[in-house]
Design a protein around this ligand. Structure first.
Ligand SMILES: Cc1cc2nc3c(=O)[nH]c(=O)nc-3n(C[C@H](O)[C@H](O)[C@H](O)COP(=O)(O)OP(=O)(O)OC[C@H]3O[C@@H](n4cnc5c(N)ncnc54)[C@H](O)[C@@H]3O)c2cc1C
Length: 389
């Protein structure tokens, strides 16, 4: 067993670490000030400019295949990169990325959707959740009815990330009611010009998702992504892709938060002593550090299994669950260590507090991860001994 990074992994990680420190963190005060005024923190032109700088250094399409100009990095490397990016709350991401399921597109769809998305010319969104179907995604009711060479889509989607900005949607609709999720759900690629409407949803985060309405939106048969009836499988593939990456990003935030907490504890004096000398504060630091370390290995173990082509679903669910729960506990502790200042909007802690809360909800809630983990164990698909057996 080798728990060391390779020279290349270290080099790439260090480059990202420096990029975050030199290019992203200096933007934090301005981003925070804008968000406080209700504006978008990182403007699109600033994101593009940062992405261009990164691209000039070779950082483009982290997991995108080389055939599309990407770096085709593995899961462990990507997780390490996300950990570094997570150290800032500025919503930066490298350019050159596209949804994993767009790669099943046919040649024409690749030219219309996949390639422009990778090049940053088009924006996608992924829409399965509905007002009546979230955790229970099999219960979706949006329908697509065949009419000659067209399909007519009718229904409502909700909580769609990027739904108000996207110019096309990967929307999941029931095409065979009897089969339902077992072969009766189909994914359609639908341009906004076809007539779907979006409305932003205000959330406790800094920028919200949107609800999408499809009021008899007509699309040609050629809009189907993949095959008719295999939509549910595609949806699960999309959701499954990033389960280890969300906690990786949260882990970076936790590291930074605990560092902030320690800086504060060393200098904040009460009753003639820095609070860092109090056991109550030391225990908060110690517990957080242990949990961060445990999370690091859950994330890396899940990513390692992805790279090895193993069935990583159990490990990914564990990383997502633990990351969501622990990141929320850690940000709460760090806020507590800062006392009244932690509760103010002068510091970004309350911002992280609100943002990290989402991790326990989207892409499978805590409860759904627990359900998956327990079912895998009870049915014998996974062992409490983990992947080492
Ligand atoms: C900011 C944000 C962005 C999102 N982005 C997207 C997106 O881009 N695309 C998309 O399609 N969706 C997106 N979602 C939707 C998200 O995936 C769902 O909100 C999530 O799956 C939970 O579904 P729900 O909100 O309907 O809650 P429900 O499914 O109604 O669950 C309510 C509560 O009941 C619990 N629960 C449900 N079933 C069980 C069970 N069997 N056992 C125990 N407890 C259970 C849940 O864990 C939860 O605590 C987003 C959501 C948010 C908030």
């Amino acid at each position: 067993m080798d728990l060391e990074l390779t020279g290349e992994e270290r080099e790439i990680r260090d480059w990202v670490r420096t990029f975050v420190r030199r290019e992203i963190m200096p933007m934090e005060p301005e981003v925070l000030a804008r968000e406080r005024r209700g504006e978008r923190g990182l403007r699109p032109d600033e994101l593009t400019s940062l992405q261009r700088k990164a691209k000039d250094a070779g950082f483009f399409g982290i997991q995108t295949p080389e055939a599309y100009g990407g770096m085709a990095l593995g899961a462990v490397m990507t997780a390490l990169i996300e950990m570094e990016l997570g150290r800032s709350f500025v919503q930066f991401r490298f350019g050159g990325d596209a949804d994993n399921i767009l790669y099943v597109a046919n040649d024409e769809q690749r030219a219309t959707y996949l390639v422009p998305t990778i090049n940053g010319e088009r924006k996608s969104c992924f829409a399965i959740t509905e007002p009546g179907a979230g955790s229970d995604a099999r219960a979706i009711r949006t329908t697509a009815r065949r009419d000659g060479d067209e399909w007519v889509i009718r229904g409502e989607k909700t909580f769609i990330t990027g739904g108000d900005e996207a110019d096309f949607v990967m929307v999941f609709a029931v095409t065979d009611r009897e089969k339902g999720a077992d072969g009766g759900v189909t994914c359609f690629l639908v341009d906004r010009e076809r007539g779907w409407h979006s409305r932003p949803i205000d959330t406790m985060g800094e920028w919200g998702p949107a609800s999408l309405v499809f009021d008899d939106v007509r699309v040609p048969h050629s809009s189907i992504l993949g095959e008719e009836g295999n939509g549910f499988e595609l949806a699960m593939r999309w959701i499954g892709k990033g389960r280890y990456l969300l906690p990786a990003r949260a882990l970076g935030a936790c590291e930074r938060l605990v560092e902030m907490g320690m800086d504060h504890a060393r200098t904040r004096v009460t009753f003639s002593k820095p609070i860092a000398e109090r056991q109550a504060i030391q225990w908060m630091i110690a517990d957080s550090a242990v949990e961060i370390e445990a999370l690091r290995w859950l994330v890396l173990s899940a990513a390692w299994q992805v790279d090895r082509g193993l069935d990583s679903r159990q490990a990914q669910s564990m990383a997502k669950l633990y990351g969501g729960v622990k990141a929320n506990e850690i940000v709460d502790r760090v806020l507590q260590m800062h006392g009244g200042m932690g509760y103010t909007r002068e510091l970004p802690i309350e911002r992280w507090y609100r943002e990290l809360r989402l991790l326990r909800i989207y892409e499978g809630t805590d409860e759904i991860q627990r359900r998956t983990i327990a079912r895998n164990l009870l049915r014998g698909h996974a062992s409490v001994r983990g992947h080492l057996g």
